[in-house]
Design a protein around this ligand. Structure first.
Ligand code: XIL
Length: 389
């Protein structure tokens, strides 16, 4: 099988062979120049990936664009961007009727100036909602039917504002439960939106988003839905739901697996590929939307792994994810959730963990960066070309 041999080739020997034939592969990745040229022989992630029609993205904190080295790496290495927080409802409408689009606008302009596509994130999620909304629901001043109207207005306002400028929208985020040994994954009935408006609010959100921007690709996004969860129960539940939604004609065009890994848990790249292929078999596009690989570290500032084996596991798992994405022609993009450890959400959310991204706390490329670069270099000569979109 061609695909299998591609995957085995990506072992150390195959990679070393390719590295020798790709000009500049060993060179430092972040060129000093701000003007980006997609020269033949370029070894940036975005240029290597472009050869197989894949986009390499990152989450961005728009405020960091003031930091010149950060902006240079962003322009040089990535062909897609996602605002880490700046399109979430709590950020764009902190007070009812008063909007703050500054971060999102800034990132969209940067992307347009640097030939990058934008992933919008995210319209329907239980987290990072404005407190005026959640408080209003709790104290009864916002009824369920008003809540549905507010959501509709939110989607039309935000999707409408960026109409024609967003490539993929994460319309709905994290609606399925994590499986336990006794309870398989299922649509979470306790979710903020589902508990107030019922499960039909999810397909309704897709329909509104589609009306607001008929050309944007609309994604369902979640974590542990492509090979991360040992039982594959969550992937099974999401797959069954997507199939049902598509049968009802809901405008869902893609599924995003976040790809938040932790070296202390097992992970199967082969399973990730199978799950992505299974979604693609429904006629959907797929994407890895928030890749990072965390591990235990000495502290949140320095983020040096405490287990020396993690130095190998971290880049290895990044490579496993990218290879899975590269092997599936319907996979549009591979996005990392921030590219520098100093910016990562991990130390703030997972006690004692960090080292989750591909550049260190001083924005120097880590082994994981070179792993991705080498995998892409190899893929440029062996992986299937990704479908046009
Ligand atoms: C995270 C951001 O990176 C943090 O800055 C913020 O405090 C919390 O949210 N899954 C998602 C992302 O879909 O939106 C989350 O982003 C990480 C988990």
């Amino acid at each position: 099988m061609k695909r299998r041999s591609f995957l085995t080739l990506t072992g150390a020997a195959g990679v070393a062979g390719v590295a020798a034939t790709v000009p500049g592969l060993a060179a430092a990745p972040a060129a000093a120049s701000t003007a980006r040229t997609a020269a033949a022989g370029s070894s940036s992630l975005r240029d290597l990936a472009a050869r197989i029609g894949l986009h390499i993205g990152t989450a961005v904190i728009p405020f960091d664009l003031d930091n010149a080295p950060y902006a240079e790496i962003l322009a040089e290495q990535f062909s897609a961007v996602t605002p880490g927080n700046e399109m979430k409802w709590g950020v764009v409408e902190p007070t009812q009727g008063q909007f703050d689009w500054s971060g999102a606008d800034r990132l969209v302009s940067f992307a347009q100036a640097h030939g990058q596509l934008v992933r919008g994130h995210t319209l329907l999620w239980h987290n990072q909602l404005p407190t005026w909304l959640t408080d209003g629901v709790t104290n009864g001043s916002i009824s369920n039917s008003q809540l549905a109207d507010l959501l509709k207005q939110h989607i039309f306002t935000e999707v409408g504002r960026y109409r024609g400028k967003i490539w993929q929208w994460d319309v709905a985020n994290e609606f399925f439960t994590d499986a336990t040994s006794t309870n398989p994954s299922h649509l979470n009935q306790d979710d903020f939106w589902v508990s107030h408006l019922g499960p039909d609010i999810i397909p309704q959100a897709f329909r509104w988003a589609h009306q607001a921007d008929p050309h944007a690709l609309l994604f369902y996004n979640d974590y542990n839905i492509a090979g991360e969860d040992g039982s594959n129960s969550k992937s099974d539940a999401v797959f069954a739901w997507l199939k049902q939604m598509l049968a009802q004609g809901v405008p869902i065009h893609g599924v995003g697996d976040q790809g938040h890994l932790d070296t202390q848990f097992g992970f199967s790249g082969a399973k990730m590929q199978q799950d992505l292929e299974r979604y693609a078999g429904l006629g959907l596009k797929v994407a890895i939307t928030e890749a990072d690989v965390r591990t235990f570290v000495d502290g949140p500032t320095t983020q040096v792994p405490t287990d020396s084996l993690a130095q190998f596991a971290q880049p290895f798992e990044f490579g496993q994810m990218l290879k899975a994405a590269m092997a599936v022609p319907d996979c549009l993009s591979f996005t990392v959730w921030g590219f520098g450890d100093a910016d990562s959400w991990v130390p703030g959310f997972f006690t004692g963990e960090g080292y989750a991204t591909i550049y260190d706390v001083s924005l120097q490329p880590k082994p994981a960066f070179f792993e991705l670069q080498q995998d892409l270099a190899l893929g440029a000569s062996g992986a299937p070309r990704h479908k046009d979109h």
